[in-house]
Design a protein around this ligand. Structure first.
Ligand SMILES: [Zn+2]
Length: 408
């Protein structure tokens, strides 16, 4: 069995200091079929390439109290030294299970999950970038290395999401462009490190409303920086998108979207927004809260005249409205496991006043004409008839109308 991990080796009982962990591979195995001794082979990056072998019966203790956090230490009798290990908790548990079986001597080595102890190039073992260029090379049976941080599965004509991807706890970059995916699994939102998700040229427009729940995952909400859903036949933007609060780049170009959600103006870290080649006729007023670097609004049928459509729904706010505003203002995480499931879309579909406050049952709504080049440093606008386009504006109070209405 092999374990990709980070390790540090030091004399036992040395004083606690800040340790420098090195990328490593630990293997449990035998020298040959005839040899009954079981060894641990430790290979560390930038260290001796043949690695260091330790006999399993030379182990004094295995410290595994923090195995659920992905940490353990193996202490040897001679030389008196410790290997401290950090890695994925599940893999560490299986590794220690095999090691303890070997240590007990109760099991026949022939039936244990042992590896050969031939040292391999550590960089090959610790591969972090995987590019699959053809369906013939797809690792259907063996899966992807658990160390994968960057995975490219573009243009493979895949119709379904490969659930092996959900096991890659280190994955930061996932490219599934140019396939035929119609939906993604909910568990994708729980990958702990995913930062970039490329989904261009798929068929996510066929995804039913219930299949966008991956955007609700507590991990993806915090970590995702880039989302590319261009050319997906999208007719609408799923309201869950408003939760991806750390998005910096969002590509929704080449779809059939007719309305952008007001909540897009609550993605305060957004810098790059491409909404070219859609069916948009007006922009949510909340985008005025953003400080965009690049905006592409080309090739949309933007309306350039004001519809005098003033709607006033000001009343005493309900307790639900007030509570929902607090959740939005304090950016408290919520999903159906924390609050009643019917309140999740209620919160997701919030509109936003120009003061930044979320509006629920109590608001003014009107349309305003304003220049589009004032919301981004660089704006692309080919095939746009006028310098001004229509914005759908929400105001939370009469005070905000007075403050912001003339600032356009
Ligand atoms: Zn307001």
């Amino acid at each position: 069995m092999k374990l990709m991990c980070s390790t540090v080796v030091e004399p036992s009982y040395s004083p606690p200091t800040r340790k420098q962990f090195l990328k490593s591979c630990l293997s449990i195995g035998r020298q040959s079929v005839k040899d009954d001794n079981i060894y641990i082979l430790l290979q560390q990056s930038n260290k001796n390439k043949n690695g260091t072998k330790y006999r399993v019966n030379n182990i004094e203790t295995i410290f595994s109290k923090f195995v659920h956090e992905g940490m353990a230490t193996i202490r040897f009798k001679s030389p008196v030294e410790d290997i401290s290990i950090r890695c994925d908790p599940l893999q560490l548990k299986s590794f220690l299970h095999v090691l303890k079986l070997a240590l007990s001597g109760k099991m026949n080595p022939a039936v244990m999950n042992l590896s050969n102890l031939e040292p391999k190039k550590i960089n090959t073992l610790l591969k972090t970038k995987i590019v699959i260029k053809s369906a013939a090379n797809y690792p259907v049976l063996e899966g992807f290395p658990r160390t994968t941080e960057e995975l490219h599965l573009a243009a493979l004509e895949r119709r379904s999401f490969d659930r092996q991807i959900l096991k890659l706890q280190s994955l930061k970059f996932l490219n599934l462009s140019d396939n035929q995916l119609t939906s993604l699994p909910q568990e994708l939102g729980m990958l702990p490190n995913l930062q970039e998700l490329h989904l261009a040229n798929n068929q996510l427009g066929k995804s039913p409303i219930s299949k966008w729940s991956w955007m609700n995952g507590s991990k993806i909400v915090k970590n995702l920086h880039l989302l590319n859903m261009s050319s997906n036949q999208l007719k609408y933007v799923p309201h869950q998108l408003n939760k991806l609060q750390n998005l910096v780049s969002l590509f929704l170009n080449d779809n059939s979207i007719s309305v952008l959600p007001q909540g897009i103006g609550n993605l305060l870290k957004l810098k790059f927004l491409n909404i070219a080649k859609n069916n948009l006729t007006y922009m949510p007023g909340s985008v005025r809260n953003l400080r965009l670097t690049d905006l592409n609004i080309s090739d949309n049928p933007w309306k350039c005249e004001v519809d005098n459509d003033f709607y006033c729904n000001i009343k005493v706010p309900s307790l639900l409205d007030i509570a929902a505003q607090v959740i939005k203002r304090k950016r408290i995480y919520y999903d159906a496991s924390v609050i009643p499931f019917n309140l999740v879309p209620f919160l997701d579909k919030a509109n936003y006043c120009l003061c930044g406050l979320a509006c629920f049952g109590c608001f003014y709504r009107t349309f305003k004409l304003a220049k589009y080049n004032s919301i981004a440093q660089n704006t692309k606008f080919s095939n746009v008839r006028s310098l001004e386009i229509l914005y759908e504006c929400y105001f939370c109070s009469a005070r905000c109308i007075r403050l912001y209405s003339n600032a356009w």
